[in-house]
Write a protein that binds this ligand. Structure first.
Ligand code: ZN
Length: 411
């Protein structure tokens, strides 16, 4: 049976349909643990604090002047369908919503699902207001098999523009009017509105050993990191958590891993600790970053897609991700470091490497290592159906991940 703490992960996943909701949920969890929100970086940083901007949050627990940094990173965004500014389409008796595909969506997984809408509106004073409507509002309807006789032989072909446009009524709907009513904001100037599958996160299997939900990549890592930081004991090391936006589209933005938020906080902590430039370089050289992003568990129906000696099993612990071409940042030294932490704490650990003819994705690990000069270790819980509207992982692995992250912050 899975650990009871996994219930808090299920709740998190249901509360966080967008990166903005991830940041809000992370912030309220940190508030409850005694962290202070910082809005003016010109002031002294609190010992336990965080900075939240749009879809990114950086939190810290200050250690001593001579301690090193222990950074955990993850990303808040997931591939999805997003509503365009001029949203209304009225044609052929249908009301539809103009959308943009964000990131590497598994398009077929969005068909015939009941979709809700969530995000934020910006009012005429520039203030952001979150909203979420987890109701059956929209659907991307699949073509009947009778009108697509070749689907059996040729497979499903979806045109990214024409075939993914959702319907959301048979009478003339105005998205602007709906948004005003739903958000309770009368002067909406602009919005970020994302579609999401309204099925709730749930345990799955006759033994309830699996977990099915949207956005496991990468909110399972975000949840684990917040749990670890909240409960981290006082240490000489300074613990830092960064949850970046825009990883799924390359990380180049002010709130992405290639942006300045983490570097700014690291530099402010150095100046608060009174470190010279040389002392800061020494600190960075003795620091570690754990970059957490889900890995691919071996799929029982597609086992040939995996490197057989590096194919993570479900519910057998987090997988360290290795790629000499630097799609993942883990070096042999990093692998040795995290193995020693796992071993001394009795936490199972696996390794993932992709086949040479199946190139892997990347993570924020190499970007963070490049930006800060800190050695990074890429790691993730194994899952199936990555980038589907509904993904699946083992129910025990997120709990193993919390234990590993907690131990990492102390070593
Ligand atoms: Zn990811």
């Amino acid at each position: 049976m899975p650990d009871s703490t996994v219930g808090s992960l299920l709740q998190w996943l249901d509360e966080c349909p967008t990166p903005f909701h991830v940041v809000a949920t992370a912030a309220s969890s940190l508030d409850a643990a005694g962290f202070t929100r910082t809005t003016q970086l010109g002031n002294e940083l609190p010992g336990l604090g965080y900075l939240a901007v749009d879809g990114c949050i950086v939190a810290w627990r200050l250690g001593t002047r001579t301690g090193a940094l222990r950074i955990i990173g993850a990303h808040t965004d997931s591939p999805n369908l997003r509503i365009l500014p001029n949203a209304d389409i009225h044609q052929l008796g249908w009301s539809q919503l103009a959308i943009e595909i964000y990131g590497g969506v598994l398009l077929n997984s969005w068909l015939d699902r009941d979709l809700g809408i969530a995000g934020r509106v910006i009012d005429s004073h520039g203030v952001a207001h979150l909203f979420s409507a987890p109701k059956a509002l929209a659907r991307v309807p699949q073509l009947a098999i009778h009108l697509d006789r070749e689907i059996g032989d040729k497979g499903l072909h979806l045109d990214r523009h024409q075939h993914m446009t959702p319907v959301w009524g048979s009478t003339k709907q105005s998205f602007a009017d709906w948004l005003e009513r739903t958000s309770g904001v009368a002067d909406v100037s602009a919005f970020d509105a994302h579609l999401f599958d309204i099925s709730r996160a749930s345990l799955l299997g006759a033994d309830k050993s699996l977990l099915a939900s949207a956005r496991l990549d990468n909110q399972a890592s975000c949840w684990s990191a917040i749990e670890a930081l909240r409960n981290a004991p006082v240490s000489e090391h300074t613990s830092i958590l960064v949850l970046n936006d825009h990883e799924e589209v390359g990380s180049n933005s002010s709130t992405g891993a290639a942006g300045p938020m983490l570097a700014n906080v690291v530099s402010l902590i150095a100046s608060q600790h009174g470190l010279s430039e040389g002392q800061q370089f020494d600190r960075l050289a003795s620091s570690w970053c754990l970059s957490a992003d889900n890995a691919h568990a071996i799929h029982p129906n597609y086992a040939e897609r995996h490197e057989p000696r590096h194919a993570p099993l479900i519910n057998n612990g987090p997988a360290v991700k290795v790629n000499g071409n630097q799609r993942y940042a883990t070096s042999a030294r990093g692998l040795a470091h995290i193995r020693s932490i796992a071993e001394s704490n009795g936490i199972p650990l696996q390794t993932f490497a992709s086949r040479n003819n199946v190139p892997c994705g990347s993570t924020i690990g190499p970007i963070t290592a490049t930006q800060l000069g800190i050695e990074a270790i890429d790691i993730g819980i194994p899952q199936l159906s990555m980038h589907s509207a509904r993904e699946m992982c083992g129910a025990s692995d997120p709990v193993y991940m919390v234990s590993l992250m907690s131990a990492f912050l102390q070593r």
